[in-house]
Design a protein around this ligand. Structure first.
Ligand code: HEM
Length: 285
């Protein structure tokens, strides 16, 4: 009977009891308690973040190595070597840089500071991602035009162009709403959930574009009818490597979405204007 009662008492009641016993000020104990409960989610963030960083680096290394080793390297001369910039810039920009920009606010080290520099960092990284993706598109459009290959005929190109257009619009709306001081707080509050949701959707679409692009490129290149390459169906080393790149891109996306989805890793937004940061002792649990 007594055991049951002890199991049912809440953590607050335990704190009150401790206060009575040790005569310690309740607010001090609350501060300690809040701090302790924050340590776990904060510490558990870093393995996921490390995984995100490592997978991102691996994606860029894999896509560069694939194009350097099997596709003849890089040039900007309208040849297939110019095309090779396309996958590298798209993966580096619209996947890796974009994904890392999306999780900037989740890094607990940034919580103890004003949000403004991190907003600038977020917007700056996304702008870099946008520039890389536009350069990646220029590479493939130039190559198509030089070789008189039609533009925007494939499913990959349709999804890809829509993804970049959505990303560009998201960046402009985000810049106006969250960085320009003219935007009212009510409008920011209204836009924020949509901004977060759209951010995740754009990442998913980027990953879909990459997977379809890798697949398409392998079907185009590994026909096996010239003695230079084995057919895709025989899974030559290039296909194995490029398929692995696809798997790495999917894993990277899943880790980023997992980080974004985890509520306990969200930056505490306790200032009345959403800008400020209050020390732990002032935060609600
Ligand atoms: C977020 C990533 C990507 C986006 C947004 C994207 C977008 C596009 C677009 C818009 C085109 C059409 C260009 C034109 O019609 O002239 C295109 C072409 C192409 N892309 Fe990508 N791409 C992405 C990643 C990749 C990757 C990783 C590969 C892997 C090699 C790739 C392979 C191709 C190929 C083979 C073409 C030419 C054939 C076609 O037009 O479908 N793409 N891409």
């Amino acid at each position: 009977m007594y055991t049951c009662y002890v199991e049912e008492i809440s953590s607050n009641q335990i704190l009150h009891l401790l206060c009575l016993i040790s005569d310690v000020c309740l607010s001090d104990l609350c501060t300690l308690w809040t701090g302790l409960t924050r340590i776990k989610p904060t510490m558990s963030f870093y393995p996921s973040y490390l995984m995100c960083l490592c997978l991102g680096i691996l994606c860029v290394v894999f896509v560069s190595y694939w194009n350097a080793e099997w596709r003849g390297g890089f040039a900007w001369d309208g040849s297939s070597k110019q095309f090779n910039w396309h996958p590298v810039l798209m993966v580096a920009g619209l996947v890796v840089m974009y994904g890392n920009a999306a999780v900037v606010y989740r890094v607990p080290l940034t919580w103890g500071h004003s949000k403004t520099p991190w907003k600038l960092m977020h917007a700056g990284m996304l702008l870099l991602a946008l520039i890389l993706s536009v350069l990646g598109l220029c590479a493939v459009f130039d190559f198509h035009n030089a070789k008189t290959i039609p533009n925007l005929y494939s499913l990959h190109s349709w999804i890809g162009i829509c993804t970049v257009a959505l990303f560009a619009s998201q960046w402009v709306v985000g810049f106006v709403a969250f960085l320009l001081p003219c935007c009212a707080l009510e409008i920011r509050k209204l836009i924020k959930p949509l901004h977060v949701w759209m951010g995740a959707i754009i990442l998913v679409l980027s990953i879909v574009s990459c997977i379809s692009g890798i697949n398409e490129k392998l079907f185009f290149s590994l026909k096996g009818n010239d003695n230079m390459t084995q057919p895709y169906a025989k899974l030559p080393s290039e296909a194995l490597f490029a398929n692995s790149l696809g798997v790495l891109i999917v894993l990277f996306g899943l880790v980023v979405l997992y980080i974004l989805h985890n509520q306990s890793w969200r930056r505490p937004e306790l200032g009345h204007d959403g800008e400020g940061y209050r020390p732990l002792s002032h935060e609600e649990s």
